[in-house]
Every structure is written in structure tokens, then in C-alpha cells.
Design a protein around this ligand. Structure first.
Ligand SMILES: *[C@@H]1O[C@H](CO)[C@@H](O)[C@H](O)[C@H]1NC(C)=O
Ligand SMILES: *[C@@H]1O[C@H](CO)[C@@H](O)[C@H](O)[C@H]1NC(C)=O
Ligand SMILES: *[C@@H]1O[C@H](CO)[C@@H](O)[C@H](O)[C@H]1NC(C)=O
Ligand SMILES: *[C@@H]1O[C@H](CO)[C@@H](O)[C@H](O)[C@H]1NC(C)=O
Ligand SMILES: *[C@@H]1O[C@H](CO)[C@@H](O)[C@H](O)[C@H]1NC(C)=O
Length: 505
């Protein structure tokens, strides 16, 4: 895969101290302006009711109110209608943007030979792992051979079951666009002709922005999901050697929000967990699994599942594999080279991770890895080498204090020339700390999995529920800015160079 372009550029940018400082000053300035605009009382425009956004916003409120005459107080309204402020409208799209892609699954390849067809089953969770194949490693009934690129299908299906759907777009707090962005782009991502890569994006935004519900907030209440990394939609030049489409740079896209498995440095990309193989249907399933891995014997100090990537200069994968092989049996290596397909089988991956105390998560083709989430569900404490792998990504999901649930060995340390000794570092962590960290990891499980809601039940807040909450809050924030006469574009889709700069522990 050729996804390194943007990262390389990012790294180059970072080296330039002057621009770095300048950015910092500009960012502080922007923040001041933002704070000032938030503190500003209702502006003249809003008072006069001239601002079209405000007018539309008020219409939306009024249409709510008219449903319960004589109840002007929004708080009372909220008690009256449990869906108040949570209504989502699913935009209808031509089938070429979603279901046709699934019908053509034969042509959606994910490697040299395999195609996507089997993974569409069970609302995108994929084929169920049969109970007689769980091999004492998995629990019965909750495991599926899930493909990460099915995230779009999983979200769409869950949204169809969402408890606060509305057919009346003027009632809705947010608008979901059921576009399978990643599946669509995967057909042309390697095409050297950039017009071919960009075509679908143009087509989609034209379609979406032509509808009346767009004008209510100029798309700022619209969102969609991509099961690929955001960089796949963030080509910054028209060089054909540059990676991806430029869909997220189209003017309409700048007004929308994209949820994807890895966000970029722009503010309207938000990261949600990669789907794992574990899809508990209720709290009982989840708790049973949590209890089981809490008491698991873990003979390996650390593990790594992955394939060597000699073509990527900016990773320490090769070093990690070497240290693992040299660990005298303290490390377990799962070779995910495409020849063996070891890592496609949940039993293989989970067997290794649930028998290891720490799981190494270096960057791969991109900053993030699905394996991070596989290690969490196995109760294996993740070890990160870059803040962009998790800390700066999954802000809705992971505890702020990353020392509580993970080990951070900054990648820069490895480049200074002194070798990082992974085993020594991990051995230094007191065993009581290890137990506490693992407990924190285990506690995170229900929030980062996509529950199995095939039978319509659901009794715990999973990754999907948290994403919906996050989107609704984000839209509500923008709506408040509009209502108060502010500029909704401030902070919405700008580039944020500091996103991946996390304070060191
Ligand atoms: C899981 O399913 C297998 C095969 O159907 C069965 O033999 C086993 O007893 C089940 N285990 C549990 C814990 O229910
Ligand atoms: C929306 O309309 C469709 C088709 O008329 C209907 O099947 C569905 O139940 C409606 N949904 C809601 C939430 O009213
Ligand atoms: C790229 O694709 C577009 C649209 O399909 C086509 O019109 C154009 O001729 C192609 N350009 C090249 C250089 O092949
Ligand atoms: C994006 O939103 C702004 C208002 O914040 C609006 O002026 C602009 O026209 C919108 N862009 C599109 C393409 O709708
Ligand atoms: C992983 O498997 C591939 C293909 O079978 C092989 O070429 C490679 O040497 C293996 N790597 C390690 C570290 O065992």
C-alpha cells in the first residue's frame, strides 16, 4: 500500500521549527477568537432574526414545539419526548452509493484473491464463528469473522435500528448519509487517473447538497462513516502520485463530518474504533468474557501480531520483530504475512493476545491498527510507539490519562540511535501496576465493541451508541454557535497540527 505520502509530509512539516512556532501562535489566536465568540451575547443578526441559519434553526425548534402545544419549555419537552435532541434523519441515496456496492461484492477485493462477499452477512458483522470452532479460546455465540472495511455497513444497519429515527428532516438533530465511502473508493484508489478517483466524491456532494435539508445548517448537521483511514479521502494536490481522493477537501465536505477508523489532522474527521471479532449481544455476554480474560493465564510477557514492512522506513516493525525473536520465549510473534492468513482467524489472534500481558502496537501502513482493539478485547495491555496510534484518535472512547491503560514508548526514542529495549522497559513495570492497567483495559471493552443487535435487543452502550452521542453533541455545539450569531466554520474543519502532539508522560 502506498499510503505513506501524507505522513512523510507531516513529518517534514514538523521539523520546521519556525513554522511550528508560528502555528502555535496562530492556534492560540484562533482559540481566543473562539472563546470570545462563545462568550458573546446573542448578536444583532440573531436578534433581528435575519440570519437564515438562525431562522431555520428556530423553525426546527418550532416544529418540535407544535407537537406538544402549550409546552414551550424545552426542559419539559425533553421529559415528554425521550428522543428530544436525538432524532436522526437518514438521507435517501441512489443505490449506487451503497447497496449496489454490496451486490458487486465480487469485485471488491481486499487482497490478491479474496473478495468481500462473505463479510456482508449478519448486518456487516460477517460470518459467525461456529461454537464448535471456538476451540476453547473464544466464548460461544459472540464471535464473528468481521472485516474492518464493513464498518460502513455495520453503522448503516445499526442506524436503521436506531430508536430515534425520523422521516421528517426538519425534526432531526443530525442527518446521516448512508454512503459506503470506503467500499466505493477502494474500487479506484489505485487508479493513476485522479479524475477517476475523485468522481464519486463530486457526485455524492452534488447529490447531498441539492436537498432542502442541506440548507438548514449548510450540511453542518450531516455525517457519514468510512471504514478506511481519513487520508484516503484527503489528497492535497492533483499529482497523480499523491495518495487518495480529494473528497474531504470539496467545499461541501468541509461542512460535513466524517467518522472513520483513523482521523487525519483536520477537525471534521473523527475516529471511531475498528470493528473487532467480538460482538456481544448483551451485558451478560460482555461480562462473561471480561471475567474470563481477567483470570486468564498469561505466559508471554509481550506479543506482536503483524507482518514485516520493509518498504516503510518510518516504522520500527522490523526492530520489534527482531526483539521478539530474540526474547528467549518471553515474546510471542504471530506472523500475519499475507501468505499465511494467520491473522484472519479470530481464534489464532485471540489465542496469542489473551496469553500475553502486553501487546505491541507499532504503526503500520498508517498510524492506527485494528490490532489495538483486538488486544483490548483480549485484556492485553497495548504498548504504543506513536500518539497518533490511539491517544490522539479515539477521544470519545479512551481514558484521557493513557498511563492508566497503556504503555507509551515514544517512537522518537527509537530514532535517537539508542536502541529501545522493549523487554527491559516492560519488566520494570511493577506487577501491581500491571494488574491495575489490565483492569482498566478490561473495563473499556463494552465501549469499544460493536454489539450484536441482530435480534434488536440492546442493553449496554457500545461503540456505535457512543459515536452517535458524539455526533449529536458536536452538531448541537455548532447549532448553539449559529443561534448565538457566531461563525459555525470556526473550529469545524480546519487543520489542527497539534492533534498528534501529545504531552509526554
Ligand atoms: C459451546 O458450544 C460447543 C459446541 O456446540 C459445546 O460443546 C460447548 O459445551 C459450548 N460451551 C459453552 C460454555 O456453552
Ligand atoms: C419512514 O417511512 C418509511 C416508508 O414510508 C416507513 O417504513 C418507516 O417506518 C418510517 N419511519 C419512521 C421513523 O417514521
Ligand atoms: C482520466 O479519466 C477521465 C474521466 O474518466 C478521462 O476523461 C480522462 O481522459 C482520463 N485521463 C487520462 C490521462 O487518462
Ligand atoms: C458551508 O457553510 C457555510 C456557512 O457556515 C456556507 O456559507 C457555505 O455556503 C457552505 N458551503 C456549501 C458548499 O454549502
Ligand atoms: C513470516 O511469514 C513469511 C511467509 O511465510 C516468511 O517469509 C517470513 O520469513 C516470516 N517471518 C518471520 C519473522 O517468521
Amino acid at each position: 500500500m502506498l499510503t505513506i505520502g501524507p505522513y512523510v509530509r507531516l513529518l517534514k512539516n514538523r521539523r520546521n521549527c519556525v513554522s511550528y512556532l508560528l502555528q502555535w501562535v496562530l492556534a492560540s489566536l484562533a482559540l481566543c477568537i473562539l472563546v470570545a465568540s462563545l462568550n458573546r451575547p446573542v448578536s444583532k443578526n440573531a436578534e433581528k432574526g435575519l440570519d437564515p441559519f438562525v431562522k431555520n434553526y428556530q423553525n426546527a425548534i418550532n416544529s418540535h414545539k407544535s407537537k406538544t402545544p402549550g409546552m414551550p419549555d424545552m426542559k419539559i419537552e425533553a421529559e415528554y419526548d425521550p428522543c428530544w435532541g436525538r432524532y436522526i434523519y437518514i438521507r435517501d441515496l441512489p443505490s449506487k452509493f451503497n447497496t449496489d456496492l454490496l451486490h458487486n461484492c465480487q469485485s471488491l477485493t481486499r487482497g490478491a484473491d479474496d473478495n468481500m462477499c462473505p463479510y456482508i452477512d449478519n448486518m456487516g458483522l460477517g460470518p459467525k464463528v461456529r461454537d464448535d470452532f471456538v476451540d476453547g479460546v473464544l466464548s460461544n455465540g459472540s464471535w464473528f469473522r468481521t472485516n474492518q472495511f464493513m464498518l460502513e455497513v455495520i453503522f448503516h444497519n445499526r442506524l436503521k435500528m436506531y430508536e430515534c429515527l425520523t422521516n421528517d428532516s426538519s425534526m432531526s438533530s443530525a442527518v446521516f448519509i448512508p454512503y459506503y465511502a470506503g467500499l466505493d473508493i477502494s474500487q479506484v484508489l489505485w487508479n493513476p487517473n485522479i479524475s477517476v478517483r475523485d468522481e464519486a466524491g463530486y457526485d455524492l456532494v452534488r447529490w447531498v447538497s441539492s436537498r432542502p435539508e442541506w440548507r438548514r445548517m449548510w450540511g453542518r448537521d450531516h455525517f457519514f462513516v468510512a471504514g478506511r483511514i481519513a487520508w484516503d479521502f484527503r489528497r492535497q494536490t492533483d499529482e497523480s502520485s499523491d495518495w487518495g481522493s480529494k473528497m474531504m477537501f470539496l467545499p461541501e465536505s468541509r461542512n460535513m463530518t466524517m467518522l472513520s477508523v483513523e482521523s487525519s489532522v483536520w477537525n471534521n474527521d473523527l475516529a471511531v474504533p475498528y470493528p473487532t471479532y467480538f460482538h456481544p449481544s448483551d451485558v451478560y455476554d460482555a461480562r462473561q468474557w471480561q471475567d474470563r480474560i481477567r483470570n486468564q493465564e498469561r505466559p508471554y510477557l509481550f506479543a506482536f501480531a503483524g507482518a514485516p514492512r520493509p518498504e516503510l522506513r518510518f516504522t520500527i516493525r522490523g526492530e520489534i520483530i527482531q526483539q521478539c525473536l530474540d526474547s528467549g520465549g518471553k515474546c510471542k510473534l504471530l506472523n500475519c504475512s499475507s501468505l499465511t492468513n494467520n491473522c484472519d482467524n479470530p481464534v489464532n489472534v485471540m489465542k496469542v493476545f489473551q496469553r500475553s500481558v502486553f501487546c505491541l502496537q507499532p504503526r503500520g501502513d498508517s498510524y492506527t491498527r485494528r490490532s489495538t482493539f483486538d488486544s483490548i478485547i483480549a485484556g492485553c495491555i497495548p504498548v504504543f510507539f506513536h500518539s497518533g496510534t490511539a491517544y490522539a484518535q479515539y477521544l470519545w472512547y479512551l481514558p484521557r490519562n493513557y498511563n492508566k491503560y497503556s504503555v507509551y514508548i515514544p517512537f522518537q526514542d527509537a530514532k535517537k540511535g539508542d536502541k529501545i529495549m522493549i523487554q527491559e522497559r516492560l519488566l520494570k513495570i511493577p506487577s501491581q501496576r500491571v494488574v491495575e492497567m489490565r483492569e482498566e483495559v478490561i473495563k473499556m471493552i463494552p465501549r469499544i465493541v460493536y454489539a450484536n443487535r441482530l435480534d434488536g435487543r440492546g442493553d449496554f452502550e457500545d461503540a456505535f451508541d457512543i459515536a452517535m452521542k458524539g455526533v449529536l453533541e458536536r452538531v448541537e455545539r455548532v447549532r448553539r454557535v449559529i443561534r448565538e450569531g457566531g461563525d459555525p466554520s470556526v473550529g469545524f474543519s480546519e487543520q489542527n497540527h497539534f492533534k498528534f502532539d501529545f504531552p509526554l508522560p
